[in-house]
Design a protein around this ligand. Sequence first.
Ligand SMILES: [Fe+2]
Ligand SMILES: [Fe+2]
Length: 325
Amino acid sequence: MEVTDDVEYVSTLATLSEGSVRRNFNPYTDIDWDAPEFAVVENDERWILPATDPLGRHPWYQAQPKEKQIAIGMWRQANVAKVGLQFELILIRGLTNYAFWVPNGSPEYRYCLHESVEECNHTLMFQEMVNRVGADVPGMPRLLRWLSPFVPLLAGPLPIPFFFGVLAGEEPIDHTQKMVLREGKALHPIMERVMAIHVAEEARHISFAHEYLRKRVPRLSRWQRFWLSVNVPIVMRVLCQAIVVPPKAFWREFDIPRSVRKELFFRSPESRKFLRDMFGDVRMLCYDTGLMNPVARLIWKLCKIDGPPSRYRSEPVRRHVVAAA
Ligand SMILES: [Fe+2]
Ligand SMILES: [Fe+2]
């Protein structure tokens, strides 16, 4: 766990930590929740789902009456926020668990704690949003909620798989939020502000997970790397599914036909592309750290998240589905 001899890694972590000090947000001073334009009012069309959302661009959704589109949009966006905050609560527990064992003087201690502080603020911001939207959403699927207390325990003895799990949660949320912001549809100001703050801070968190893994993975033994290489795509797919696909309660509440659900997640070509595009950066990381071999590539394909690696981190999707349409 001693990293102080790696000058480059130490300096990257120092830059990230200084970034956290220089540029950070507070959910109650940087968002004016009580401003009139932040009020959640009935029949506000800005809650209609953007076309970046697989459901938002589906003909079934677009054929629904406006009030139903709004109600679905509010529920869906609140639930994504809820999943996000549940995921962050797991992450905070894992980060502090990891930091507990880090030796004195390690720059990882400082960065992990900066990140935990930021995630605490994100959970406050997301929960405030859920409360204001007023939809009583469950967040993650039930099984994952039950498993959630055990995941952070991994961070101590098995930090490498844990940090891959972190990326499996952070990459899809970040990718989707950036696509929604780039699409430029009029969003409710709460959504817009919360997403902008989140994207700004998330860049550092994702950088840290990448740096951490780039440092550690190449030092694993061949067998450990092989084992990891076949499990990474499975973790990506399972966690992404939990984040992106709404839970059972959603389909029941709005009486959404089974066929629509199947098509959305993930049978139609657009939704397949949406799924693949979320993991370009993780594929790049896997190529660069020796986690792509013929068996791993097959698993990536079976999980339907195979594709070319990004050329650099956060590379915009080359052919944006919405723009192309
Ligand atoms: Fe976050
Ligand atoms: Fe984060």
